[in-house]
Design a protein. Structure first.
Length: 405
């Protein structure tokens, strides 16, 4: 029987029968253990295991992960971004991680690599987003969703064959993505230097709160849905932000007008991320699209009498801005930077005429780099779409993986 046929004929078993959720720490004699905050965890790729802390400091209040375990980030926007890990080669064979992940320890009946691919599939992630709940902009996927989730459960040989196929096929896609990400990183660093130089001068400093015509505050907690009426206001989330002035059209979701009215977004408003691995990320709403924004973003409405929206937007791309964010961020289970801290940020403020000159200079100097970054970003997006489609097709039996039993 082919791999595809066996997978299609396999029973679908709730995960609670195949894994142990959030296992308790095992005894260790190590004085130090690896610590994994959210920023050390990628999209099921390599983890940054360089952080070591005294084991006694980590024994309480963290998620225990051992080699062979599989975990996914349960908090927004990390869940939507696909963050997760399959633990292997951890220092001492274990680590203590942020509690914003759900850890699974597969039984002997479930291959850990196969499970990791299941958790990356759209079939697992899309319903997971719909099950998110919480307040304050930090919604989470409940463990109960994963426990009830039914996975195709073929033989161990078929699980390994599917994992081998995806390991092999996605490695080529990942290499292509990595090459383009390196290019974007290089161009971004160059752009950061150019912008930082352009906005550095002997000018007075003012707090950000003095440059907004409305209070700098969080957005509304809601669940956007692409199935909602398209004429409803767009609900902007961190995951929607493609660049400083563009949103991903494929991720467009809407919410009811009466809900959106609590956090309206108008032309030239600036959004700033206040939590998660993308803390400090910014977006200038340069279109006239009627929109609202999520609770883990804060809004600034530039006072045009004092500051040009594009000058302020470019300032959020400068080293001075990033340094203030990093120095003021609070790290608990997830890094955060509150609206009150954003209000207190210091902005160098030249005259309006000088601001206009700076904006024009930055636009001219970064035009070529912007085009190159746009091309690389588009290539990455297409590659990720192919990767996601390949994973979903392989774990649902829509394609033959080229091996038979």
């Amino acid at each position: 029987m082919s791999i595809q046929a066996e997978l299609l004929a396999a029973p679908r078993v709730p995960l609670r029968y195949l894994v142990r959720f959030n296992p308790r720490p095992t005894a260790t004699t190590s004085d130090e253990s690896c610590y994994l905050p959210m920023e050390a965890i990628s999209e099921f790729g390599a983890v940054d295991s360089s952080r070591m802390r005294p084991t006694t400091d980590l024994a309480q209040g963290y998620s225990f992960v051992a080699d062979g375990d599989v975990a996914y980030a349960k908090v927004t926007p990390c869940f939507e971004n696909g963050k997760g890990l399959r633990a292997a080669g951890l220092p001492g064979g274990h680590a203590y991680a942020t509690t914003e992940i759900t850890v699974m320890r597969p039984s002997s009946q479930l291959d850990s690599r196969y499970l990791a691919w299941i958790l990356q599939s759209e079939e697992f992630r899309a319903p997971g987003e719909a099950h998110m709940s919480g307040a304050g902009g930090l919604k989470r996927v409940p463990e109960s969703y994963a426990a009830r989730y039914r996975v195709p459960h073929p033989s161990a040989d078929v699980q390994r064959a599917i994992a081998d196929y995806l390991d092999r096929e996605t490695s080529q896609i990942d290499a292509f993505i990595a090459k383009n990400e390196e290019l974007i990183t290089l161009l971004t660093e160059r752009r950061l230097v150019e912008i930082s130089r352009a906005i550095s001068g002997d000018w007075p400093e003012v707090q950000l709160r003095a440059l907004s015509t409305v209070p700098i505050q969080n957005g509304v907690d809601a669940i956007g849905d692409p199935a909602n009426p398209q004429e409803w206001p767009r609900y902007v989330r961190t995951t929607d932000i493609e660049s400083l002035s563009s949103l991903d059209p494929e991720k467009r979701v809407t919410i009811a007008p009466d809900v959106a009215a609590a956090s309206p977004l108008v032309k030239d408003d600036i959004l700033l991320t206040r939590a998660g691995a993308t803390i400090g990320k910014s977006y200038l709403h340069s279109s006239g699209e009627v929109a609202s924004y999520a609770g883990y973003l804060v809004r600034v409405r530039p006072d045009r009498r004092r500051v040009l929206p594009w000058y302020l937007a470019y300032w959020t791309q400068s080293q001075e801005y990033l340094d203030q964010i990093r120095s003021g961020a609070v790290i608990s289970t997830i890094e955060n930077f509150s609206a009150s801290k954003y209000r207190a940020l210091r902005v160098q403020l030249p005259t309006i005429d000088v601001q206009a000159e700076i904006v024009d200079r930055i636009r001219r100097s970064s035009a070529d780099a912007h085009r190159a970054m746009a091309m690389a970003t588009a290539a990455i997006e297409l590659a990720r779409e192919r990767r996601a489609a390949l994973i979903s097709s392989a774990v649902t039996g829509k394609i033959e993986v080229g091996v038979s039993t």
